[in-house]
Design a protein around this ligand. Structure first.
Ligand code: SF4
Length: 899
């Protein structure tokens, strides 16, 4: 695109061709008033406030939609322009309650600002006024139609960013308003409460309920941080008054999320002020907790761990680090386990979500992380989404997928046993039977090779193992694969053609792929598919695992894994170990330690005597919970460090109160390998302390000096020892963070991996034969249970159960069951049912739906009252040791006590 030069208010400006006058003016610091226009949204030209004079034009022109041209002369603030703007403001306030003294928006309301700047305090156009009741049916925000200026920003966001299409302009003439179909209250619509309409409203028409009377806009301190929920890593602006979070917004520039949020990021901060927060250390005596001082609690923990280590050896102790905690805290935790306790028995919940990604992608490419960036998704020509209910689990990434389809014409292939929301955006939906993913991808690759759609040049230059692979894949004809997966052969062929023919094909996957006994093979098969077509090492392509929790990527990167130090440096490599021994000043163990589920099994066998669990909740998140809970009970000593008394903490001997993500400094690494700052917005309650401080205190108590002034100092040590984080320093993270590998201070970070060379040299094709799941339905347990998350809850609800609005929207766990199965079993929608597996049983409410197919049922794992993990199977993938959380056999019957 070329450049054009024009004059604005007497100043020469040269900008890109195609820019609007408003954008060109902004580029030289001239602000033109506007209400309907908003950066990032398509202009509507509705409010007429942004009019300017263009020499030669007969009328004033709307600057938000009028393109610049060579030699154009623009005046943005003449008397003619100001008069037109005053008229607009007068017309608006003629039908606007001028209650600025009590309006929550006062101080950041654009109508108030422009009225002030133009000197308009009353209107000449008094006439009929609207008087609407306030719609307060959404749990998080309310809509006051009387204050609406019909700018349409909220409509544009709902329709063209969120693609939810819940609201629009309704009625005509004077009755025109913004509302849902049939003018339904918001609470009765499909609104997903993302709150992005609230974020863009320029006036007080959309207001967060929780911010009412909490402080005037100008009294709020603003702190930039990163969302404590999913792996998208959205930037949050926390608005604080008197040590309380009043509301959350987000800035659009330099952020992963471009200013948009989901319901959790926008509204789910209330937990941090909840009265259930732990505020003092607790010690259990005679089966009951009592409050204790930090001194007493820490010396008891140090004494107990010391004694057990002395008596049974360091490997009798195990630790679970936390994907919720910061990078610095994960670094210190694994350092504590290795250098202070002397064991590699350290792991965290990545074992339960993406251990197979780490293992599979490291084997195929040499690096176990998302190959590309979130930003690139919108430019992919084909996107294969598999095993990821993206709109619910990674809502902001889902927006980029929708954008690719709706704005850029990308073809979306969804391969998922459930009819997830993205299916309605898909060109093709492949509904494979749960646990048959390997066969499905093998089938697609069979077609690609037999139709010669593979990329020979890429395979020849960049990979190894293709000849063997080509022989192996011959058996996976579409017809043979149809018999295994249930996906019609012609759909497999079509999917293969779409994926292979696109110039930029991107694979996006999540736990539907990884949580299987064949999890590593599933990942390897996807890596094969990308290499076969040369769809890796370029922009908008790649194999992109979406990591679940806010910092699960970072917890892996920083060595909270039993076989590697920070930066995936192997503990059994003598050179690597010697480096860490020198840095930490102690001898370190060389044998890889135990994984999450293996730890619990080792407790059963009496090999593990004590555990230190930081910010994890295995009593709800592990598979086969009855077994895990017995193991926790059997421990000689358990210390849990958390922000609430979790289901796991109830088993503890000592509980240490920690600070939440809003109460500390540090960094998180999001799913695209981006290291971003976490900043303290408020003080922790009572005596609660940041996890990094607690670890340091405990280490000191056990005779090992851990002395850091701040997380920045810890990061400097990380950079020294971890090549992929070698260039990560706090002063470099101020603007949007950096993506690893970032090897030194001058390295700009890495947008996509494996550009000219895979991290392991050549990419490796692996042989991935189909293996069925460990436990399949039979006569006794005839249904297949699969599990997952929902938008409104997170992890084991430790935090989200303390957010009133989320509980109002999604109060309890449900069992999704097909109408055919429901009819056969005599189950009605909403009825209580009992679900049994060989390992346990739960009661939950049935949801009869076509989201699942006959023979398949689905449950979320968030709820303690209907804990799906009492049912799930703890059989492990032999390589990654991830349990088979996605497939097990169950039976269902109506619950007799349900009236
Ligand atoms: Fe937070 Fe994820 Fe929602 Fe972004 S998409 S606001 S990171 S929960």
């Amino acid at each position: 695109m070329g450049k054009v030069s024009l004059m604005i208010d007497g100043r020469k400006v040269t900008v890109e061709e195609g820019m609007t006058i408003l954008e060109a003016a902004k580029s030289i610091g001239i602000e033109i008033p506007h209400l309907c226009y908003m950066e990032g949204l398509p202009p509507t030209g509705a409010c007429r406030l942004c009019v300017v004079e263009v020499e030669g034009a007969k009328t004033l022109v709307p600057s938000c939609s009028y393109p610049v041209s060579e030699g154009m002369v623009v005046w943005t603030n003449t008397e003619r322009v100001r008069k037109a703007r005053r008229l607009v403001i007068e017309l608006l306030i003629s039908d606007h309650p001028l209650d600025c003294m009590t309006c929550e928006k006062s101080g950041s309301c654009l109508l108030e600002k422009y009225a002030y700047e133009l000197g308009v305090s009353k209107s000449r156009f008094d006439g009929e006024r609207h008087s609407y009741p306030i719609d307060d049916t959404n749990p998080f925000f309310e809509r006051d139609y009387s204050k609406c200026v019909l700018c349409g920003r909220c409509v544009t966001v709902c329709q063209e960013v969120q693609y939810q299409g819940v609201i629009d302009f309704i009625y005509r003439g004077f009755r025109t308003k913004i509302g849902a179909e049939f003018d339904k209250p918001l609470g009765e619509t499909d609104c997903v409460s993302c709150g992005n309409c609230v974020l863009v409203c320029p006036v007080g028409a959309l207001i967060e309920k929780g911010r009412k009377r909490m402080g005037r806009e100008w009294e709020l301190e603003k702190i930039e941080t990163t969302c404590p929920y999913c792996g998208c890593g959205c930037s949050l602006t926390i608005h604080v008054k008197d040590n309380r979070i009043v509301k959350v917004t987000s800035r659009s520039e330099g952020t992963v999320n471009q200013g948009w949020l989901c319901v959790k990021g926008k509204f789910a901060f209330e937990f941090t002020h909840h009265p259930d927060r732990l505020t003092k250390p607790l010690i259990k005596e005679n089966g009951r907790f009592r409050e204790a001082s930090w001194n007493e609690a820490l010396s008891l923990v140090a004494k107990k761990l010391g004694e057990l280590k002395e008596k049974y050896g360091p490997d009798s102790i195990a630790g679970l680090s936390s994907a919720k905690c910061t990078n610095e805290e994960n670094y210190l935790f694994q350092k504590f386990m290795r250098a202070v306790v002397g064991t590699n028995n350290v792991d965290h919940c990545a074992r339960l979500c993406h251990a197979s990604t780490v293992a599979g992608l490291a084997r195929a490419f040499g690096s176990g992380a998302m190959t590309n960036s979130i930003d690139e998704i919108a430019d992919a020509e084909c996107i294969l989404v598999t095993g990821s209910n993206t709109t619910e689990n990674h809502p902001i990434i889902a927006l980029r997928i929708k954008e690719a389809v709706m704005k850029n014409g990308a073809k979306l292939i969804v391969a998922d046993p459930r009819k997830i929301e993205l299916v309605s955006f898909a060109t093709l939906w492949l509904r494979q039977r749960p646990g048959t993913d390997v066969a499905l991808f093998n089938g697609m690759m069979n077609v690609i090779i037999s139709e010669e759609l593979h990329n020979e040049e890429f395979i020849e230059a960049r990979t190894e193992g293709f000849e063997l692979f080509r022989d192996f894949i011959k058996d996976y004809t579409p017809e043979a694969v149809e018999r295994i997966t249930g996906v019609p052969a012609e759909r497999i062929i079509e999917a293969a053609r779409i994926y292979a023919k696109a110039r930029r094909s991107s694979i996006i996957y999540s736990m539907g792929i990884t949580q299987h006994t064949t999890g590593t093979d599933n990942v390897l098969a996807l890596a094969n598919l990308a290499m076969l077509t040369g769809n890796v090492g370029r922009e908008s392509t790649g194999v992109n695992p979406l990591r679940g929790q806010n910092n699960v990527q970072g917890a892996c990167d920083l060595g909270a894994l039993p076989n590697v130090f920070p930066g995936y440096q192997r503990v059994d490599d003598p050179e690597v170990r010697a480096k860490f021994e020198r840095a930490w000043g102690v001898d370190l163990p060389s044998e890889p330690g135990l994984t999450v589920v293996e730890m619990m099994h080792a407790v059963e066998e009496g090999k593990i005597k004590a555990m230190y669990i930081m910010g994890e909740n295995p009593a709800l998140s592990d598979p086969n919970l009855n077994r895990t809970r017995k193991a926790l009970q059997k421990l000689d000593f358990l210390v849990v460090q958390d922000i609430f008394l979790t289901e796991t903490a109830e088993y503890a001997d000592v509980v240490l109160p920690a600070a939440s993500a809003f109460e500390k400094d540090g960094t998180f690494t999001n799913t695209e390998r981006r290291i971003q700052r976490v900043r303290k917005a408020i003080d922790p309650p009572g005596e609660a302390m940041e996890d990094w401080r607690i670890i340091c205190e405990l280490a000191r108590e056990m005779g090992y000096e851990m002395d850091y002034d701040s997380p920045a100092e810890i990061m400097a040590e990380i950079a020294l020892l971890t090549p992929i984080y070698g260039g990560i320093f706090y002063d470099r993270l101020e603007k949007g963070g950096l993506q690893w590998p970032c090897t030194d201070r001058t390295h700009p970070g890495t947008k996509f991996l494996h550009k000219d060379k895979f991290s392991r040299g050549l990419g490796k094709f692996h042989i991935t034969p189909f293996r069925p799941a460990d436990e399949l339905p039979d006569d006794e347990y005839p249904l297949l249970l699969t599990t997952g998350r929902v938008l409104y809850h997170w992890h084991t609800r430790t935090m989200t159960s303390r957010v009133k609005g989320l509980n109002e929207i999604y109060p309890e766990g449900v069992v999704q069951i097909s109408s055919e199965d429901a009819e056969e079993l005599g189950i009605k929608d909403g009825q209580l049912v009992r679900v049994r597996s060989r390992r346990g049983e739960v009661t939950a409410r049935a949801s009869v739906t076509d989201v699942v197919s006959k023979g398949v049922v689905f449950m979320t794992f968030h709820f303690r009252e209907s804990a799906a993990n009492l049912l799930t199977n703890d059989a492990l993938d032999p390589i990654a040791k991830i349990p088979e959380l996605k497939v097990c056999a169950v039976k269902i019957e109506p619950e007799m006590r349900d009236g």
